[in-house]
Ligand binder design. Sequence first.
Ligand SMILES: [Zn+2]
Ligand SMILES: [Zn+2]
Length: 443
Amino acid sequence: MISPRLYTLPPLGLYTGLGESQTSFLSRLAEAHSVSVGTLIGKVIAPILGKTYLTNSSEAGGSGFYGNGFELNGFGIVSEDFARVLSKLTGCNTLRNLSLLPLHDILTNRGTLRQTKAWCPMCFEEWKSSNKDIYEPLLWSIKAVNICRTHGITLKTQCPQCEKEIPMLSRKSRNGFCSFCGCWLGSTELELDRETTVGQASLDYFIAKNIEELLEMKDNPGFRPSVEEMYIFLKAIIDKAGGRVAFSKKFNVPLTTARYWYEGRHIPFLRTFLEICYMVGIDIREIFGVNKIDLNSASYDNVYILPEKHIKVSLVKRSYDWNIIENILRSFISNDDTTYPSVHEVAMKIGCDKKLLYRHFPNLCKEIAKKHSAFVHAQKIKRIDEGCQRINEVIKVLYDSGIYPSRRKIESLLPPNILLREKAYQKAWKESIRNSGLTNQGE
Ligand SMILES: [Zn+2]
Ligand SMILES: [Zn+2]
């Protein structure tokens, strides 16, 4: 019999975009207590939860609950119930982040989650050989994600030995292993079929990157994206494309669907939504995150919608219309927006290789690069100015409360990206100490 108080097991990978899923956490928790997932759920969790969906399934020995085990990673009642009970049992209070609960407002009930596992064999193998814990990121349980960006390969969905698809959760689940035949799912680059390699300019790469960003943002307690933000974006893009009919044609979306989106009555599947972002060259952070752009203001005019012909080209096959690309490049140079992308970013937006762009348009590319580096420089100055200001504010607060502003003390009150190691900040700190007439008491 297991004690109803479980080990405190911190979730892996939070704040990285590769945070652990709730099904993975359950498997690790069972393993840490040397029991199977079936025993952990049947003997510990089910009695506390007291939900019929669980007790029926464990008593009857049926697999009704396990058949829908993937829902633990979603945003419904089941994932909510488990997050609550597991938090109580383990004392961890970040377990809602193991599922899509924080993103429920912008996701569709159907079509978001995978029912069976997908994994990157190289990630598993690397973690194993460096003695890291083997876990399964929530990212891999999202249907729209097909690739691992770290290794540039397609995710696997079938056991290499028994060739079965592996359920997201089962009584015998173990991270990194097939729950049917027990086969290890990791493998090295050499063993893999390299045809599955994915390029950085591809749609799949863009989608995986944006979902990683979304998952990373969701671990931040202040981040709660709303469906309103999604509708504002869709409406702006539909208007920009020339109305619902034109949008429907250009983006290959049924007219009724376009109307529902426009009127704020339906939200798109995550993958469809990101395909639109890819076509118009907007990153998910610009819609929900810290880099949010105001789609209703003038800056929205700089959103560049690729011409219809080009959308098809960039999504289907690689042959380029150089006249169109030249126009796109010129639009990046002539825009008087406040942000200037790098040639690399422009190439990503167009879906074309950076070297190819340089070869065809050396002067335009150089001009883009020049604007970008001036932009980066200005951003850096702005960041440092703001940082120094924050440092001075913190020092003042410390003085006022009679606390010596040591490096550690100041850093503990600043956002994590402001470190006094940086020269400019160090200068601001020392100047402020000098001005106050205090002597340096060490760091
Ligand atoms: Zn990988
Ligand atoms: Zn197998």
